[in-house]
Design a binder for this molecule. Structure first.
Ligand SMILES: Nc1ncnc2c1ncn2[C@@H]1O[C@H](COP(=O)(O)OP(=O)(O)OP(=O)(O)O)[C@@H](O)[C@H]1O
Ligand SMILES: [Mg+2]
Length: 442
C-alpha cells in the first residue's frame, strides 16, 4: 500500500502534499521541492509549518470537507507569499486521518483569467529600444480611432499583445475583443466561425449560431494570420469590410455590425498579392495603418531587459530566487538571432529558471539547440571576422576600436546607426555588438 502511494506521488505533476492530523508531512510530489526550492527528503517527516504559516495550518486542520484556502508560504528569502491551497481531508475509520494539499500560485490562476478576459495593455510591452518605442508610439496614437490596423512582424514579436493593447486604449475598450486565428481553423469551418450560420445551413448545424463578427459587435475583431485566409473567404471578408454587414451561412438577410478590424500576419502580403494568393483590393482595405513590430535581433538592447523581466516573472511563479547569468552565457544570449523572437526568449528563460539548480546560469544551463545554433553561427562569423580583418588591414588602419568609434559617431549609436556601421564594415550586427562590448565602447 505504502509503495503504491509513493508511486502515485512520483507520478503527480502538481505540487501536492500528504499531511497527517498532527501536521507531519508524510509524502509529497517532487514538484513541491522544486516549487519551494527545498530538499524533499528534508521536508518529508518534518512539520507542514515549514512551508505554511502556523495559523494557516490551524485552518487546514479544522477543515471537514474539501475546500480551497489562501495560505501564506514562507519563502527561502524570508518573504511570505500567498498561494491557493486546495485541501482534501482523507477519512480513515470514520475519522479524518490526513489531508491532501495541492498548492498553486495565485498568479497561475490569475493567468488563466488573464488569458480569457484580461487583455494586455501597452504596459506589458517591455523594451527600451527606439524601434519598439516608436512602434508603441504609433500604436498608441492610432488606438483611439476606429481605423483598421494591420500588424506585421515575425512570429513571437508581440502582434497579439499589440492588438489587445490597441483595443484596451480605444473607445471600444468596454466592448468585446474577439480573436480568431485564420490559420488554426480548417477551411470548411472558417466561414461559419467568422460569419455564423443558421439552423440547417449544413449537416450538423442544428441551431443558429452567431459568428465572430457578430460577437465582436461594438468591439474589436482580431483576425490573426490573415495571410492564410482562403481566397473565397477573402471575397466575403472584403464585402464585410466594405459594407459592415454580415450574412450568416445559409441566411439571405444581412445584419449590420459595428466592429473595428485589426489583422495580423507574419507573411509577406505583397508577395501573396503578386502571386495571386491574396486579393489586392482586400489588401488595401486592411493595410490602412500598417504597424511593423521589429524582430528581437534588430533591437538587441531589449534582450537584457526581457531576460530580466521574464527571470523575475518565472522565478516568482516557480518560487525560485532570480539567478545570475555568467558572462559567456549572457553573451551567447545577446548574440543569438532569436528566430522565434520574444516567445523563444521566454522559453529559454523558463528553461533555466526551472532546470538550473544553482544560482548561476552558465552556457551549460541553456537549451542544447541554442548552443548548436550558436556554434554554426560562430563559425560563420569567425570566417567573416577573418575576411573582415583583411579588409580592415587593407584599408591600412590598425586600430579597429577607433574605426568603430568613428563610424558610430558618424552614423549614431541607435540601432539604425549601428546597423549602418555594421554594413559599412561588412560585418553582421551581432559581430558589431560583440566588438562594442569587447572594446568597451560607450
Ligand atoms: N515587448 C514585449 N514585452 C514582453 N513580452 C512580450 C513582448 N512582446 C511579446 N511578448 C510576449 O511574447 C509572447 C509572444 O507574443 P505574441 O503572441 O503577441 O506574438 P505574435 O507576434 O502574435 O506571435 P505569432 O506570430 O507566433 O502568433 C507572448 O507571451 C507575449 O506576452
Ligand atoms: Mg499571434
Amino acid at each position: 500500500m505504502i509503495e503504491e502511494v509513493n508511486s502515485i506521488f512520483s507520478f503527480i505533476q502538481d505540487p501536492v502534499l500528504l499531511v497527517d492530523v498532527d501536521g507531519k508531512i508524510h509524502n509529497m510530489s517532487h514538484r513541491v521541492s522544486r516549487f519551494f526550492n527545498k530538499i524533499r527528503n528534508v521536508l518529508i517527516g518534518g512539520p507542514i509549518t515549514e512551508i505554511i504559516s502556523d495559523s494557516d495550518w490551524v485552518r487546514v486542520k479544522n477543515m471537514k470537507k474539501q475546500q480551497d484556502l489562501k495560505v501564506s508560504v514562507k519563502l527561502e528569502t524570508g518573504d511570505q507569499k500567498e498561494y491557493l491551497a486546495m485541501v482534501k481531508p482523507l477519512v480513515s475509520n470514520g475519522e479524518i486521518a490526513s489531508f491532501l494539499i495541492n498548492v498553486t500560485p495565485i498568479m497561475d490562476s490569475k493567468k488563466k483569467v488573464h488569458e480569457q478576459r484580461v487583455l494586455y495593455t501597452f504596459n506589458d510591452v517591455k523594451g527600451i529600444s527606439d524601434s519598439i518605442q516608436n512602434v508603441v508610439d504609433i500604436a498608441k496614437r492610432i488606438a483611439p480611432s476606429n481605423t483598421t490596423v494591420l500588424l506585421r512582424g515575425e512570429s513571437g514579436t508581440g502582434k497579439e499583445i499589440f492588438a489587445q493593447a490597441i483595443h484596451r486604449e480605444s473607445h471600444r475598450k468596454d466592448g468585446p475583443f474577439i480573436a480568431l486565428n485564420c490559420a488554426a481553423i480548417p477551411e470548411s469551418l472558417l466561414e461559419s466561425e467568422l460569419f455564423g450560420h443558421v439552423k440547417g445551413a449544413f449537416t450538423g448545424s442544428s441551431a443558429d449560431k452567431p459568428g465572430r463578427f457578430e460577437l465582436a459587435n461594438e468591439g474589436t475583431i482580431f483576425l490573426d494570420e490573415i495571410g492564410d485566409l482562403p481566397l473565397p473567404l477573402q471575397s466575403k471578408l472584403l464585402r464585410v469590410v466594405q459594407e459592415r454587414k454580415i450574412e450568416r451561412v445559409g441566411d439571405t438577410k444581412s445584419t449590420p455590425v459595428n466592429v473595428r478590424i485589426i489583422t495580423a500576419t507574419h507573411r509577406n502580403l505583397e508577395k501573396l498579392v503578386a502571386n495571386g494568393q491574396f486579393r489586392e483590393d482586400l489588401y488595401y482595405r486592411l493595410n490602412v495603418i500598417p504597424i511593423t513590430i521589429p524582430p528581437l535581433r534588430e533591437r538587441r538592447e531589449d534582450i537584457p531587459i526581457l531576460i530580466d523581466y521574464y527571470m523575475k516573472k518565472f522565478s516568482e511563479e516557480f518560487f525560485r530566487s532570480p539567478k545570475r547569468i555568467s558572462e559567456d552565457a549572457f553573451e551567447l544570449l545577446l548574440s543569438n538571432l532569436w528566430p522565434g523572437n520574444i516567445r523563444e526568449l521566454q522559453n529559454v528563460v523558463n528553461h533555466f529558471v526551472q532546470l538550473e539548480i544553482g544560482d548561476l546560469v552558465t552556457i551549460e544551463s541553456l537549451p542544447n539547440y541554442l548552443k548548436h545554433v550558436n556554434e554554426t553561427e560562430r563559425r560563420v562569423e569567425k570566417e567573416a571576422a577573418i575576411n573582415e580583418k583583411y579588409s580592415m588591414k587593407s584599408s591600412n588602419r590598425i586600430n579597429e576600436k577607433e574605426i568603430i568609434i568613428d563610424l558610430l559617431d558618424q552614423y549614431g549609436r541607435d540601432t539604425i546607426g549601428k546597423k549602418r556601421v555594421a554594413s559599412h564594415l561588412n560585418i553582421s550586427l551581432p559581430t558589431l555588438y560583440r566588438r562594442i562590448s569587447k572594446f568597451k565602447i560607450k
